[in-house]
Design a protein around this ligand. Structure first.
Ligand code: DGT
Ligand code: CA
Ligand code: CA
Ligand code: ZN
Length: 626
């Protein structure tokens, strides 16, 4: 049997898939499926590229669509293609015919597909990069290439500046303006990969490296270990018997596209980045006696290290990647903790090593929230709106993660593309959840909703409907381009509503794909604190919204935050990890996080919030339910 998941709201190209949080499902932390998914994803991406290239070169529409469909099917598979191929069941996958199965086999055996290479040879080498510009699809790229001879981003910019693009059929001034914005956006996010993608690559490679002869230990360092939202390159450290042999094996891994450096203790390679292009991976081989010092050094950040080294110098010592020294005498080096302790600190968690006050705090850092403090997830979607799993499946997955509660928060009626619930469907849904609760053991479901904040600032359901729910997330999904005053007031109106427990993904950004709304953060945070409405830290790695610095300001102002995954399928519940790291980067403690409360405490919090807020003056926008 070949297992296929159910896809969320419509996605087209691989890039859209990466940008669209409803579709991306590459996250399977802590699961063996990680590497196998990498194969499925890589192949899905190649099939999408084949479709893109065919469209650019004017291929047959029927074939283009069949490759797009195949890409989607492969991306939706819950089983590893290698295993399916071994059973000779590729053609049993719905929608995979003989030709496509043949291409899959070629990819699995040879690591490439001839058709893909032939198509690539037909276009200028840097033309496909234009597809990375938000808002530029293969049709437009074809027009730019054929009509204007544009072969790369620089030539596109020149053509726009010369006024040629807006005169092209199908473009015009507005679309040209969007392309400029897209190019600027791309330039700003260039070279950095969202942590969720780097994470999968890093874990897969770590498994491989850990299997090399003589390798005793492999650890992540750099921005990945600090939990930064985007990663420049992946840094790893290992302890091994033979440095040179380890680096040789590292350089010879099948994933390697290019070896940048391969020495006795250090190697740098490029591997395929699912986002497009390559990502660099650095590996250093370090002896046991200085492992801690090297780990500290290569974890960074650079600013943090500089401050630490200054402190060492003040004491007349030396700190580098080999250890902490007083003259020739080694004071510490085996463990990171020793280095921090010798310098007079309690060990500083990697997430806060940014020179944002952690040095001044002199070891008196707050007790940061950990994943073990989390008692439930308060933002998930099921098949009733645009999720891929049933309520029962999510409940079971939540229970496996040791949670005591789970809020099912499907989309509201205005989110039409996400199959938002009409009032009738919502009420049936609530009843179904409450019924299921009666038989469910060890987990309580909260019947919730992710209610749209409409462009006039009202909510998508009236208050008397919201009152029938156990938990309400209010989010902006449309009208994000409105001016600062408008988007801020809409958010404030939602924060003021007594039924709204939390403001979902407050900034609306998609990392590397869409800018945050232009919000007045001071007002948002002040209002959230005053109304006792929690601000969400959405853990989806495309969002991480609130971001770290906003978490910090919010918790300092007395806001509660909710660390919630916005899962559209069960595996995404594990994105909690990214949210926790981001919360820690924002110095959040357990007590500042709503979903560390016990079920009883949470219910009391919701009840109190609903009753005490009646006295708050409504914002200038009408509330729903008048
Ligand atoms: P990234 O890769 O841009 O996301 O950020 P990082 O922090 O991973 O930076 P990376 O890969 O250049 O270097 C890894 C760590 O190595 C960095 O966080 C601190 C350390 N490091 C690198 N260069 C220097 C340096 O010139 N001075 C000091 N003190 N540390 C450095
Ligand atoms: Ca790095
Ligand atoms: Ca590096
Ligand atoms: Zn949402």
């Amino acid at each position: 049997m070949v297992m296929i998941g159910k896809r969320g709201a419509g996605c087209q190209t691989s890039l859209e898939r990466i940008r669209n949080p409803y579709c991306v499902k590459m996250l399977i932390i802590g699961s063996q499926a990680r590497c196998s998914r990498m194969v499925n994803q890589a192949l899905a991406r190649i099939f999408d590229e084949i479709a893109d290239l065919m469209e650019i070169t004017g291929g047959d529409l029927f074939r283009i669509n069949s490759y797009r469909r195949a890409a989607r099917t492969i991306d939706d598979l819950t089983e590893n293609l290698t295993d399916i191929a071994k059973r000779k069941e590729l053609q049993k996958i719905p929608g995979i015919g003989k030709g496509t199965a043949e291409r899959i086999r070629q990819f699995l055996e040879e690591g490439h597909i001839t058709l893909h290479q032939e198509l690539l040879a037909q276009v200028p080498p840097r033309l496909p990069q234009l597809l990375q510009i938000p808002g530029l699809g293969p049709k437009k790229v074809r027009a730019l290439y054929q009509e204007l001879g544009v072969k790369n981003i620089e030539q596109l910019r020149a053509a726009i500046e010369a006024g040629k693009v807006e005169k092209l059929a199908g473009f015009g001034p507005k679309s040209t303006h969007n392309i400029i914005e897209g190019m600027d956006f791309l330039a700003r996010s260039a070279g950095r990969t969202p942590i969720g993608m780097a994470w999968i690559i890093a874990h897969a490679l770590r498994e491989t490296i850990a299997g090399f002869n003589g390798v005793k230990r492999v650890e992540f360092a750099g921005s990945l270990r600090r939990g930064c939202e985007t990663i420049g390159d992946i840094d790893m450290l290992c302890e091994a018997d033979d440095g040179e042999a380890t680096i040789q094996a590292f350089s010879a891994m099948p994933e390697v596209n290019q070896v940048l450096a391969a020495g006795e203790t250090k190697g740098s390679i490029l591997v395929t980045n699912p986002r497009g292009g390559d990502i660099q991976v650095d590996l250093r081989v370090v002896p046991q006696e200085s492992f801690g010092a090297a780990w500290q050094y290569f974890t960074g950040s650079k600013q943090h290290n500089i401050r630490l080294r200054e402190l060492a110098v003040k004491k007349g010592w030396r700190l580098n990647e080999y250890g902490l020294f007083d003259g020739d005498k080694s004071l510490a080096g085996i463990s990171e903790e020793d280095i921090y302790r010798k310098l007079g600190f309690s060990p500083i968690p990697p997430e806060v090593r940014e020179d944002r006050g952690e040095i001044e705090a002199e070891g008196k850092l707050p007790d940061l929230v950990t994943i073990d403090d989390i008692r439930g997830d308060l933002h998930v979607h099921t098949t009733d709106s645009d999720g891929r799993n049933s309520i029962e499946e999510l409940a079971e997955a939540a229970r496996q993660r040791g949670y005591s509660y789970l809020a099912i928060t499907n989309h509201s009626k205005s989110s039409i593309i996400a199959n938002g619930l009409s009032i009738e469907r919502l009420l049936e849904h609530v009843e179904a959840i409450h019924n299921l609760n009666k038989t469910l053991k060890g987990l309580t479901l909260l019947a919730g909703v992710e209610c749209d904040i409409l462009s006039d600032g009202s909510l998508d359901y009236p208050d008397n409907i919201l009152a029938q729910l156990d938990y309400v997330v209010a989010s902006i999904h449309a009208g994000m381009q409105q001016n600062r005053d408008r988007v801020t007031k809409r958010s404030l109106a939602a924060l003021e509503n007594p039924y709204v427990c939390t403001l979902g993904h407050p900034s609306g950004r998609l990392i590397g794909a869409r800018d945050a709304m232009d919000l007045d953060w001071e007002k948002i945070i002040e209002t959230a604190a005053r109304c006792g409405t929690a601000l969400e830290l959405n853990c989806s790695w495309q969002r991480l919204d609130l971001k770290d610095v906003h978490v910090r300001t919010a918790v300092e102002a007395g806001c509660r935050i909710v660390i919630a995954t916005d899962s559209h399928e069960v595996q995404q519940l594990d994105q909690m990890h990214f949210g926790i790291q981001t919360a820690r980067r924002g110095w959040a403690t357990k007590t500042q996080v709503l979903n560390t409360l016990t079920e009883t405490e949470l219910k009391t919090w919701i009840k109190k919030k609903r009753t005490r807020q009646e006295s708050h003056a409504p914002g200038i926008f009408t509330r729903g339910g008048k």
